[in-house]
Design a protein around this ligand. Structure first.
Ligand SMILES: Nc1ncnc2c1ncn2[C@@H]1O[C@H](COP(=O)(O)OP(=O)(O)OP(=O)(O)O)[C@@H](O)[C@H]1O
Ligand SMILES: [Mg+2]
Length: 472
C-alpha cells in the first residue's frame, strides 16, 4: 500500500549519495506509509529541510558536502522533534557518539538490517499517530473546558456553557446574577458571541457608581438644547442599535431610568432626554446584578414589569468557593496568559501553591483569583509559581498556616527538617548557594527566601567562618 501526500502521512528524509541505496530506502519507507523526501547530498538535504518538515531522517554519514553530522545538526536546529537515524559503511565509535550527541535516535551500519529499520520506522510512525490523537483529544478537552474565554470544568459551569449555547440564538433579554467577580460580564460576552448579533456591537455599561442623571443622558442621549449641549447626541443604547448592551449593576438604576429602559426592551422605542421624538431601536438587553433583585421589586425600588421582562432568561453564577474544582483550570489559564504577557518561562504552579489556591476563601471570586495569580507571576522567577508568591497576594486571614507558628510541635519539627535539609545541601556544595539551590530544585531567590524565613543567615555565616562548608 502506498500512501500519497495527503498531509497526514509521516515524512521521512532520506539522505544517501548512492543512488541504489537511496532508491531502496525510499521504496522501503513508502511501503511503510511514509512520504519520502530523497536527497543525494548534504546541501540538498539542508535545502529541503527548509521547505519541508520531516518526522524522521535516514542519514548516511558520508554524504558529500556538509556530511551526515552536518545534516543532523541542521535537523536538530530546524525540527527538534525529528528523529534521526545515522547510517554508515564504516562503523566508527566516535562518529556514533557524536551522532547521539546531536540527537540521533539510532545508528546503523551498512548493509542495513531491514528488519531493524522497519521496526524503527514503524515505531516512529505509530508514535506520531498516537501523539496526533492525543493532541486532538487534548484540544477537544480544552475546547470543552473553555467557552468564549470562560474556563470551567465543574458541572455547574459546564451546564451554564450549555445553557448559553442553547439560548444565545433566541435571546431577547436576560439577567445574569452572581457576586462580584464571578464572571457576569464574561457571560454577557459569551451570549453576544454565541448569538445571532455577534457581528454587531456589544456595549458594556456600568450602572453602579455613576450619577443617575449623567447615566440617563449617557444611555439615552439628549435632544438639542438639552443637557448643556447645543447639538443633540445619541446615547450608548443607540450606538448599540442592532447589537447587544450589557447593563451591569442594573439594580442601581433609578425608577425613571428603569421606565425609559422598559420602553426600549418592551416596544423597541427610545426617547432622547429632553426630546419628545421616538426613535425605533433594536437592542438586546442583558442585565447583570449581584443583588437579589426580587427584594428590590418587593420594596418598590425596582419595576416589576422590567424585572419580569429581564428574567425571561436568568443565568446564575455560583461563587468560586462553590466550584473549587474550577480553580486549577482557571489557574492554569491565568498563568498561561501572564507568562505570555510577561514573557516569562512560567509553566504552572507547584502542588503546594495549587493546594493553597484551592483552599482559599475567594470573597472576590474569579477576579480576585486572577489578580493573585498575576501578582504571583510578577514575583515568580522559575518555571513554577510557589505557595510563597501566592500567599503574598492572599488577604492575611486566608493565608495558609505560617510555616513557623509558635508552639506548634509538628510545624516546628517540619521547619527543623527543612533547615537540616538546606544546611546539608549547602554542606555538600561547599556553601555555594547557587549550587545548593540547583541541588534542591528551587530557584536561587526561592532559596534566599527560605533562608530568611528559617532565619538561617546567621547560622550559615557562623558555619562559614568556622570553615564547616569547606572540605566536603
Ligand atoms: N470562568 C472564567 N474563566 C476565565 N476568566 C474568568 C471567568 N470568570 C471570571 N473571569 C475573569 O474574572 C474577572 C471578573 O470577571 P467579570 O468582570 O466578568 O465579573 P463580574 O461578575 O462582571 O464582576 P463585577 O460584579 O465585579 O463587575 C475578569 O478578569 C474575567 O476575565
Ligand atoms: Mg462586571
Amino acid at each position: 500500500m502506498e500512501h500519497t501526500m495527503n498531509g497526514t502521512a509521516p515524512v521521512v528524509l532520506v539522505v544517501d549519495d548512492e543512488q541504489v541505496g537511496l532508491d531502496m530506502l525510499s521504496r522501503f519507507s513508502r511501503q511503510l506509509g511514509f512520504e519520502v523526501v530523497a536527497c543525494s547530498s548534504g546541501s540538498d538535504a539542508m535545502q529541503r529541510l527548509r521547505e519541508r518538515k520531516a518526522d524522521v531522517a535516514l542519514v548516511d554519514l558520508h554524504v558529500p558536502e556538509v556530511g551526515g553530522l552536518g545534516v543532523l545538526e541542521a535537523i536538530r536546529q530546524a525540527h527538534p522533534r525529528c528523529q534521526a537515524i545515522l547510517m554508515t559503511g564504516v562503523a566508527s565509535v566516535e562518529s556514533a557518539i557524536e551522532a547521539v550527541k546531536l540527537g540521533a535516535m539510532d545508528y546503523m551500519s551498512k548493509p542495513i538490517d531491514l528488519r531493524r529499520l522497519e521496526h524503527l520506522l514503524v515505531s516512529v510512525r505509530d508514535d506520531l499517530a498516537c501523539r496526533r490523537e492525543l493532541h486532538a483529544v487534548e484540544a477537544d478537552v480544552a475546547r470543552r473546558l473553555e467557552f468564549h474565554g470562560m474556563v470551567g470544568r465543574s458541572p455547574v459551569m459546564q451546564q451554564l456553557f450549555g445553557t448559553v449555547r442553547r439560548l444565545a440564538p433566541h435571546l431577547r433579554s436576560a439577567l445574569v446574577t452572581g457576586a462580584r467577580g464571578t464572571g457576569k460580564e464574561l457571560v454577557a460576552r459569551a451570549l453576544h458571541a454565541a448569538g445571532t448579533r455577534h457581528a454587531r456591537p456589544l456595549v458594556v455599561v456600568d450602572c453602579g457608581g455613576v450619577h443617575q442623571a449623567g447615566l440617563e443622558t449617557e444611555l439615552f442621549g439628549c435632544a438639542p438644547g438639552a443637557c448643556h449641549a447645543t447639538e443633540g447626541r445619541p446615547g450608548l443604547l443607540e450606538s448599540a442599535d442592532g447589537g447587544v448592551v450589557f447593563l451591569d449593576d442594573v439594580g442601581e438604576l433609578s425608577l425613571g431610568v428603569q421606565g425609559r429602559l422598559l420602553r426600549v426592551v418592551e416596544f423597541g422605542e427610545l426617547r432622547r432626554v429632553g426630546s419628545l421624538d421616538l426613535h425605533r431601536i433594536d437592542v438586546q438587553v442583558i442585565a447583570g446584578t449581584e443583588k437579589k433583585l426580587e427584594n428590590d421589586v418587593s420594596a418598590g425600588r425596582f419595576r416589576s414589569d422590567l424585572y419580569s421582562r429581564l428574567t425571561s432568561v436568568q443565568i446564575a453564577l455560583p461563587p468560586l468557593r462553590d466550584r473549587r474544582e474550577d480553580i486549577p483550570y482557571l489557574t492554569a489559564h491565568f498563568v498561561r496568559e501572564c507568562a505570555a504577557r510577561l514573557e516569562k518561562p512560567i509553566r504552572g504552579v507547584t502542588t503546594e501553591a495549587e493546594a493553597l489556591l484551592v483552599s482559599s476563601a475567594w470573597e472576590g471570586n474569579v477576579r480576585e483569583l486572577r489578580s493573585v495569580i498575576e501578582r504571583a507571576c510578577l514575583l515568580a522567577d522559575g518555571e513554577f509559581v510557589t505557595d510563597w508568591e501566592i500567599g503574598l497576594g492572599l488577604p492575611p486571614g486566608h493565608r495558609a498556616p505560617s510555616p513557623l507558628p509558635a508552639g506548634n510541635g509538628e510545624d516546628h519539627l517540619l521547619s527543623t527538617v527543612e533547615r537540616e535539609h538546606i544546611l546539608r545541601a549547602l554542606q555538600r556544595v561547599g556553601g555555594n548557594k547557587k549550587a545548593a539551590a540547583r541541588m534542591l530544585g528551587v530557584s536561587r531567590r526561592a532559596l534566599y527566601r527560605r533562608l530568611e524565613r528559617l532565619d538561617l543567615g546567621a547560622t550559615i555565616a557562623r558555619r562559614k567562618r568556622a570553615g564547616a562548608f569547606l572540605g566536603e
